[in-house]
Design a protein around this ligand. Structure first.
Ligand SMILES: [Zn+2]
Ligand SMILES: [Zn+2]
Ligand SMILES: [Zn+2]
Length: 136
């Protein structure tokens, strides 16, 4: 686990700190997206909100994680594909929101292309499918 984390941080060109290691561990230990509250609760050492916020922001900037706003308006974060790099995210996949446990999952399914009227341009697209996950 530790090796993988160090590899990821090196790859993202981020200095290795305990906080970054701890937060990244949370993502690797869960198969669903995490809100900042989920991470705070999962961490054994208390972390102030600003440090956590900055850590998540730097991970997002460096292409390690992407954010999802779930149907309850909660911002959640999930690990990116290895193809994501600084400022170049390729997370055009569908997210699944479980209405029973409330967890959000990344689904390996690309958002279908949308045919827009002339003059319209897409800047980004997100798609959330609601239902029950395999645990519920
Ligand atoms: Zn990404
Ligand atoms: Zn569920
Ligand atoms: Zn995702």
């Amino acid at each position: 686990m530790d090796n993988k984390i160090i590899q990821l941080l090196n790859h993202a060109d981020l200095r290795i700190t305990q906080v970054r290691k701890d937060v990244l561990t949370c993502f690797l230990e869960n198969n669903h997206a995490l809100s900042s509250t989920d991470i705070e609760e999962a961490l054994t050492t208390a972390l102030d909100r600003i440090t956590l916020y900055r850590t998540l922001k730097s991970f997002e900037e460096k292409g390690l994680i992407h954010s999802i706003v779930d149907p309850n308006n909660t911002t959640k974060y999930a690990m990116c594909e290895a193809t994501c790099t600084e400022h170049h995210h390729h997370d055009e996949h569908i997210h699944f929101h479980c209405t029973s446990c409330g967890n959000t999952f990344c689904i390996e399914e690309t958002i279908p292309s949308v045919h827009l009227p002339t003059g319209y341009r897409i800047s980004n697209a997100s798609m959330i499918v609601n239902g029950l996950c395999s645990n519920c």
